[in-house]
Design a protein around this ligand. Structure first.
Ligand code: AMP
Length: 194
């Protein structure tokens, strides 16, 4: 299996780049943010809980996220691999993902780190908020809160994957195609190395 963690701050282009990698490799896209938004729209119990965190720009608790992910992976074991978009966001989640994949005889193949400057992120998200329908994309305080939480809780994962020699650093600026080409190149090199 080819399992890619697509990593970066809110607004770094994870969703866009995931779409291109999915087309290229036929992977199952796992976007935890999309799943939570679906649950909120459906008015489910999980959605109601998640909404309380998402609307403030906070992270949904690890236990909830890990259980959700476990369920999803188990239902998709026939796939060629996964692209994890928005998960893991904490070291706890990364450890659980490793355990889960290891238990299934597979592992994270690569983590792609999309790097974009802070002000560019805020501008991109505000722009996206005009059409995305996401309330957490419209309020600048919530956006800055999401970026701060990313820096505090999610950035330590870069070292986590660097220590495992799985980190591919990608320039998140440039055209979508330029970034995608360089990512596909890196994934190929990594796949050859293994
Ligand atoms: P995203 O679409 O990935 O930007 O996620 C939107 C929001 O959903 C985040 O700001 C969090 O509140 C929540 N969320 C998504 N994925 C996770 C995760 N892995 N852990 C905790 N919260 C998450």
């Amino acid at each position: 299996m080819l399992n890619i963690v697509i990593f970066g701050a809110p607004g770094s282009g994870k969703g866009t780049q995931s779409d291109l990698l999915i087309k290229k490799y036929g992977l199952k896209h796992v976007s935890t943010g999309d799943i939570l938004r679906f649950e909120i729209k459906a008015g489910s119990a999980l959605g109601k809980i998640a909404d309380q965190y998402i609307s403030k720009g906070h992270l949904v608790p690890d236990e909830i996220m890990i259980e959700m992910l476990e369920d999803l992976i188990r239902k998709n074991l026939d796939k060629k691999g996964f692209i994890f978009d928005g998960f893991p966001r904490t070291v706890e989640q990364a450890k659980s993902l490793d355990e889960l994949l290891n238990g299934m005889g597979t592992s994270v193949s690569a983590m792609i780190n999309l790097q974009v400057g802070k002000e560019e992120l805020v501008n991109r998200i505000l722009k996206r908020g005009k059409t995305s329908g996401r309330t957490d994309d419209r309020n600048e305080t919530v956006i800055r809160n999401r970026i701060n939480i990313y820096n505090r809780k999610t950035v330590p994962l870069i070292k986590y994957y660097e220590d495992q020699e799985k980190c591919i650093c990608a320039e998140g600026m440039g055209t979508v195609e330029e970034i995608a080409d360089s990512l596909i190149d890196s994934v190929k090199k990594l796949a050859v190395k293994k």
